[in-house]
Design a protein around this ligand. Sequence first.
Ligand SMILES: Cc1cc2nc3c(=O)[nH]c(=O)nc-3n(C[C@H](O)[C@H](O)[C@H](O)COP(=O)(O)OP(=O)(O)OC[C@H]3O[C@@H](n4cnc5c(N)ncnc54)[C@H](O)[C@@H]3O)c2cc1C
Length: 358
Amino acid sequence: MLQLNSAPLRKGHPAWQRLVDPHWVDFVLEHVSPTVRIARTLAVVEGVRSETPDIKTFLVRPNRRFRGFQPGQFVPVRVVIDGVVNERYYSFTSLPATKTVSFTVKRIPGGRVSNWLHDNVFTGSTLELGEPGGEYLLPAEPAPLLLIAGGSGITPNFSLVQAALNRRPGADVVLFYYARSEADFAFQRELLRLAQAHPGFRLHFFPETGPHAQPRFTRQQLDALVPDFAQRRAYVCGPAGLMEAVHSVWQEAGLAANLRREVFAAPTPAAKSSVKAAVTFRRSQRTVQSNKPSLLETAESAGLRPASGCRMGICNTCVCTKVSGTTRDRVTGAIDHTPNSRIKICVSEPVGPVTLDL
Ligand SMILES: Cc1cc2nc3c(=O)[nH]c(=O)nc-3n(C[C@H](O)[C@H](O)[C@H](O)COP(=O)(O)OP(=O)(O)OC[C@H]3O[C@@H](n4cnc5c(N)ncnc54)[C@H](O)[C@@H]3O)c2cc1C
């Protein structure tokens, strides 16, 4: 059976895709191969490697729909858990020019997707990927680099270290890597090997506890180890405390423009309302009292299953129409009174009665 594609014709699509719905073709392909698809990027897991007690690397081979990535970029990973599609971002930890690529995931206590990936994904599993993105990239022209990583924030930095040394074996790269203990440093062996092979690569591990415990990031530490930090392109990715400490040093030095930041977790909400308000889900014909920090969680606790992704206001998967009422964006603090506006329900809370088109 041929299904006419009702989507508008888009330039560059092969003629046959204008007549046949690519999703219908994928439905047929599902019975033929686990990963061959024309509308979805599926990847077969070729291996899973434990990096630390709570960090695993997933080596995956995406299908031909995958268009590659740049070092430092992340990929949306979509998984279905209890019938709900969840999307989270993970930074690539391999170099781009290989058919098998990798991303690395830290288990977050209570976290939905990170724990699911650790516990349910094995060699031979299939995962769905989205389009890679992100601006945490090497400078176009080679420049001395200072990379600062904390915990799972090593992932995009590991990618940048490998790419910078691959591009220019003599590259001048310094990596500061902070973790709870010596057992918590991922890619330790690979990093030490790179430091041995490339004299221009200087590696500093800062375990917070144990026999070689080091203090947390300070300006004094920076001045002592990298006195020329102002001449370097700097990058930071890690827990909020580290990111803030690094950002304030660069800001005080008038160098904020030289510092690139990658944020993994939602920022602390700018404002919090204590209003308990009636939330009506129009299409589901249900009204409940808001009882959770976000409208997304209130919807979920009412038994609805709206699509959601990053749950931190980045990916827009959860955007829906607020038919009426006033909401507050918990990240920016912005108030929205406009009827029929599109809001991100993962970071919105009601300020009074609200009706959503859910
Ligand atoms: C651009 C980008 C790149 C990312 N790259 C990586 C990566 O390479 N490796 C990796 O492990 N993660 C990465 N993340 C984080 C990842 O997308 C998920 O947020 C993380 O795995 C938690 O998802 P979850 O479903 O397990 O937790 P959820 O169920 O979404 O959240 C559970 C709780 O944990 C908190 N939380 C969420 N993320 C973190 C975090 N990173 N640290 C501390 N608390 C958190 C939430 O605020 C929430 O309270 C990246 C995020 C972004 C935005």
